[in-house]
Design a protein around this ligand. Structure first.
Ligand SMILES: Cc1cc2nc3c(=O)[nH]c(=O)nc-3n(C[C@H](O)[C@H](O)[C@H](O)COP(=O)(O)OP(=O)(O)OC[C@H]3O[C@@H](n4cnc5c(N)ncnc54)[C@H](O)[C@@H]3O)c2cc1C
Length: 454
């Protein structure tokens, strides 16, 4: 399809790359190499006026818009065939107000760059576990990570945002100004506008005691049962999730463990002095390896980045879990044994603690009652394995369906229009009303799309 983007380069100050440009293939590449989209153009906006100009240009030329922050979205929702990608990667400034413990962060900032900047002031923000993820998509979908039990979801720490709306106007929103919009941003995804800056409440943490404790595959079921029973009684200060993984084939892991399938507890606490809950967790069972140690927050936030660089094939599915039954545990063990590639994985994040003390209707994120967020991810660098990882992830998540809540986490999904209503749960209708108010023409529809009410 030929789409004209003539005049776009004159309309925005930032670089514009279109199909005729040498850098086009690089510019259109997404983190998930399974997704191959060919936008009409990519506009590297440099400020909110640029974003507004790009939105207006797309409206005038009837172009679909995709918003790209870190480009990590599993379903490739940071790009669009024949449409305009508004790329925010140049908008990555981070300003820290130490006294107020606030960080103002550009909409295209990567998590690692935000945490590096806040770390200079002894502060941090609870975010996801991989540093190259964009703050934009992660935050608007919720934001689960090592500190979820301690400090809540990323959205629970959002205090204000600047948004370019569907008509190109720019608003500042918070609990008082455009409060419904601010509510919707905290879990409603990119449906309401382009967030050009986020203001986060920061926490005074510089160092963590963190790392994996790994167990033999034969112990996986027992470890999972222990994890299920142990965690809910622990103080918020213990960050913990359970992973079915393979040991990466390189340092710092001992060679004899390389590529071995293991069950892992991934532990995090603020500060170096070991808390009793951390001690108890580390003393459970007979681990093959205890890799817990002190490190600066930014080091922990990027510890898994080398295992998961951009350009791998990904297929994933996410669900929420409120009861971890023995039946589900049997499924986990069965599919761990069948794991098709060493990078494929299952994570079960504890989302109780601070995150669970926010009511379902306080923010758009509707799964506060769930105890765990589960993701099954088939991952491999080789496109020849795309079918194998997809089949495994689908069949695994199908087998778990009797044991999970309906719906799922929008950030752990592919492009799954049939599941969208469930992603927003009981908050969908209110979100649809807010969508009708702020984006009645559904200008922002390349996302887990909420249709405007009425
Ligand atoms: C390796 C990996 C690790 C991950 N780890 C975690 C994790 O620990 N915790 C977790 O919660 N999630 C995690 N995720 C999921 C992640 O949150 C989603 O994939 C998210 O969509 C990525 O955000 P992004 O900005 O990088 O993506 P992009 O592809 O750039 O954007 C995704 C979508 O978000 C919207 N969007 C992005 N920025 C903006 C903006 N500024 N304004 C408006 N809309 C915007 C758009 O609708 C866009 O379609 C991980 C993903 C990967 C691939």
């Amino acid at each position: 399809m030929t789409v004209s983007v003539e005049g776009l380069a004159a309309a925005v100050k930032g670089r514009v790359v279109d199909r005729g440009d040498a850098g086009y293939d690089e510019a259109r590449a997404l983190y998930n190499a399974m997704i191959d989209k060919r936008p009409a153009a990519i506009a590297y906006c440099v400020d909110e006026q640029d974003v507004a100009a790009a939105v207006r240009f797309a409206n005038e030329h009837d172009l679909r818009i995709a918003i790209r922050s870190g480009g990590h979205n599993g379903g490739g929702l940071g790009s669009v065939d024949d449409g305009l990608v508004i790329d925010l990667s140049q908008m990555n400034q981070v300003t820290v107000d130490v006294t107020a413990r606030l960080a103002r962060v550009g909409g295209g900032t990567l998590l690692k760059d935000m945490l590096e900047a806040t770390h200079q002031y002894g502060l941090t923000v609870p975010v996801g576990i991989i540093g190259t993820t964009g703050v934009g998509g992660l935050t608007l979908g919720g934001g689960i990570g090592h500190f979820t039990r301690s400090f809540g979801l990323t959205v629970d720490n959002l205090v204000a945002a600047t948004v370019v709306l569907a008509d190109g106007s720019i608003v500042q929103c918070d609990a008082e100004r455009d409060g419904e919009l601010f509510w919707a941003l905290r879990g409603g995804g990119g449906n309401f506008g382009v967030v050009t800056s986020f203001s986060f409440r920061c926490h005074p943490v510089t160092t963590v005691l963190a790392g994996p404790v790994m167990y033999d595959l034969d112990d996986a079921a027992e470890v999972l049962r222990w994890y299920r029973d142990f965690v809910p009684a622990q103080p918020d200060a213990l960050g913990i999730w359970y992973g079915l993984v393979s040991v990466p084939p390189g340092p710092p892991f001992p060679e004899e463990l390389h590529l071995r399938k293991v069950a892992a507890l991934i532990l995090t606490q603020a500060g170096e002095e070991e808390l009793p809950a951390m001690r108890e967790a580390r003393s459970y069972g007979k681990p093959l390896l205890d890799g817990v140690g002190p490190m600066p927050v930014p080091v922990w936030n990027t510890a898994f980045d080398p295992v998961y660089p951009a350009g791998d094939q990904w297929y994933w599915r996410g669900s929420f879990v409120d009861e971890l039954s023995d039946g589900a545990i049997d499924v986990h063990v069965e599919y761990h044994e069948k794991m098709p590639t060493w990078k494929s994985t299952m994570h079960l994040y504890s989302i109780d603690g601070a995150a669970s003390r926010v009511a379902n209707e306080e923010t758009a994120w509707a799964y506060r009652d769930a105890k765990w967020a589960q993701v099954v991810a088939g991952v491999d660098p080789d496109p020849a394995n795309a079918n194998a990882i997809t089949d495994w992830a689908r069949s695994y998540s199908d087998a778990l369906r009797p044991y999970v809540l309906p719906g799922g986490y929008s950030n752990f999904a592919m492009d799954e229009p049939d599941r969208v209503r469930g992603m927003y749960g009981g908050n969908y209708d209110r979100l649809a009303r807010i969508k009708a108010q702020y984006d009645p023409g559904n200008v922002f529809r390349v996302n887990q799309n909420i249709k405007p009410a009425g």
